[in-house]
Design a protein around this ligand. Structure first.
Ligand SMILES: [Zn+2]
Length: 203
């Protein structure tokens, strides 16, 4: 589907990357080794206060998270990316905040305050584009299997994605994209072993 590849970003386990896309670009995100969640953010390049918002997406698509053909929406209630192709089991959570230092303190104690986190990966990656963001939007958690039980409880399960599984998103706005290869190793979020992610941008 990606005819001409314009950008390739190998994102090592536990780290993040930010890059620029234009409206109409295709973004292929590959789980290189399997069972690796990707925290995904998208911001309108013309106005950083407009960004992909999970809580605004859910009422627009009337589902807990997008499936093939659905868009993810901004807090201004317009599509920012569309999930064009999904070659994975389709678990792309929109319920949970990015892991952050407080989550690692909660799970492991204060000595884990400096654990790598998706929140730090977001802000570190944006600094590479000279962008300082004073808040952390909830990410779209690709390849993430937070399972909602019928009684309203949930279970953090290991992702069922396999090595080479991927999604292709189409940018619907000129956008900054940020990906974090989630470093969560305190539970089954990453199947116990954080691994690399590949992002390619094309047309
Ligand atoms: Zn994370």
């Amino acid at each position: 589907m990606l005819g001409q590849i314009k950008q390739t970003h190998r994102i090592p386990a536990r780290t993040g990357r930010a890059f620029v896309v234009a409206k109409g670009d295709l973004i292929k995100i590959t789980d290189c080794e399997g069972a690796q969640p990707v925290d995904f953010w998208a911001f309108n390049r013309e106005n950083l206060s407009e960004y992909l918002s999970c809580m605004h997406t859910k009422p627009s698509i009337e589902r807990l998270f997008p499936r093939e053909g659905d868009a993810a929406y901004t807090n201004h209630r317009r599509p920012i990316v569309t999930l064009l192709q999904d070659r994975s089991p389709g678990q792309h959570d929109m319920q949970y905040a990015a892991c952050d230092r407080w989550r690692y303190i909660e799970l492991g104690g204060p000595e884990h305050a400096d654990h790598a986190s998706c929140e730090n990966n977001l802000h570190g990656a944006l600094e590479g584009l000279s962008i300082r963001l004073p808040f952390t939007p909830q990410p779209w958690n690709l390849f993430t299997n937070f399972f909602i039980n019928p009684d309203g409880t949930f279970t953090i399960k290991a992702p069922e994605s396999k090595a080479g599984d991927y999604v292709i998103l189409r940018a619907e706005l000129d956008a900054y994209i940020v990906l974090s290869a989630c470093p969560q190793d305190f539970n089954d979020t990453c199947g116990g072993k954080p691994t690399d992610v590949l992002a390619e941008v094309g047309r």
